[in-house]
Write a protein of this length. Structure first.
Length: 339
């Protein structure tokens, strides 16, 4: 404790020493199968959060060390190797027409279950762009008339419809890709299955909301249910941007210092922050599947000319990586903002 006090009292002069102290704590906790009891992450969580907010060098050094526990291992599966390199993999015609038709049944029932919008809900969506409501373990998101979007999120196993469960939640191949990407020893399943519908807003506009989904380790898989055209709100992205490049670090650290690991309030950025000259557009076919690391720079676009996009999204949240476990342990402290 004396060393801790000495180092934190002058955190910039003792950067290397503090980093080595944290690394030793990490190793001890992991050796005890992530038993945090009595560790600095347990007893001095607020101090550590303050330190990581204030000292970017220690933050990124610890980030890299924790990432080392899940170092991507080159795999003989092309899908994993491509994901490692590009942060995204598109599997063409992954689902058969019969499987797509079954998924469309569940998609349709999910979207039809969205509550009919009242004037109060409409007004709330105008204030916040979306109206949110959860009923019986199902989350409903209704976009404003200026956003053209509906989402139905099945949060629990019991709420997942029959074909979503059969073809998606229990899809061993898709789950194994995520497992291998993060070098997990145990099997993994999506935490949420979402039906999504994008349709033309009241007024079309050219607007690309470039963002990452979270600074935390998170993964998504999107399933396309109908053939798309340019009018159907295609997903756009820049390959390779899932990697933490030196030029991203200032912005990403500010996201962390402001919102912690769940950076949704700070995760959008101007187009000039990413490599827009390398943008790719996903105009895909029914049955195609997009797998991507959620730190990939990406955006949706708006539907136009009567177009629409029908898709399903699998969320792999709260992934049990070392980075997520350690940084979420102290994430409740020092949130920025008047909440």
């Amino acid at each position: 404790m004396e060393l801790f006090e000495q180092y934190i009292s002058n955190m910039y002069a003792y950067e290397q020493e503090f980093y080595e102290l944290l690394v030793a704590e990490v190793d001890k906790v992991i050796a005890k199968n992530y038993d945090f009891k009595g560790s600095l992450f347990d007893t001095r969580g607020d101090d550590l959060k303050m330190l990581l907010q204030a000292n970017q060098w220690i933050f990124w050094s610890l980030w890299d060390y924790l990432e080392g526990y899940h170092t991507y291992k080159k795999d003989d599966q092309d899908e994993v190797s491509i994901l490692q390199d590009k942060g995204i993999y598109i599997a063409k015609s992954f689902f058969t027409p019969k499987e797509v038709s079954e998924l469309l049944l569940d998609w349709g029932e999910s979207i039809e279950s969205v509550p009919e919008i009242t004037e109060e809900m409409h007004q709330k969506s105008l204030l916040n762009r979306f109206y949110f409501e959860t009923i019986n373990d199902v989350g409903y998101t209704i976009g404003s008339i200026h956003d053209g979007k509906k989402r139905v999120m099945h949060f629990t196993k019991n709420s997942v419809p029959k074909y979503f469960d059969k073809h998606l939640r229990k899809n061993n191949f898709l789950n194994s890709i995520v497992q291998k990407y993060y070098n997990f020893k145990r099997e993994i399943e999506p935490s949420t299955v979402m039906a999504e519908h994008l349709y033309p807003p009241k007024y079309y506009r050219e607007y690309e909301a470039w963002h990452i989904d979270n600074l935390a380790d998170q993964f998504k898989i999107m399933v396309i249910l109908e053939d798309m055209t340019e009018d159907d709100a295609p997903f756009i992205y820049v390959e390779g941007t899932h990697k933490i490049k030196e030029k991203y670090k200032d912005r990403y650290h500010k996201m962390y210092a402001t919102n912690g690991m769940v950076t949704q309030e700070q995760n959008h950025f101007e187009a000039s922050f990413t490599e827009t000259s390398l943008v790719k557009k996903g105009i895909l076919k029914a049955g195609d599947v997009i797998l991507f690391d959620c730190r990939l720079h990406h955006s949706a676009t708006f539907a136009k000319n009567g177009g629409n996009r029908k898709n399903i999204m699998l969320y792999y949240n709260s992934l049990p990586t070392a980075k997520n476990k350690f940084l979420f342990k102290i994430d409740k402290y020092l949130k920025f903002g008047l909440k």
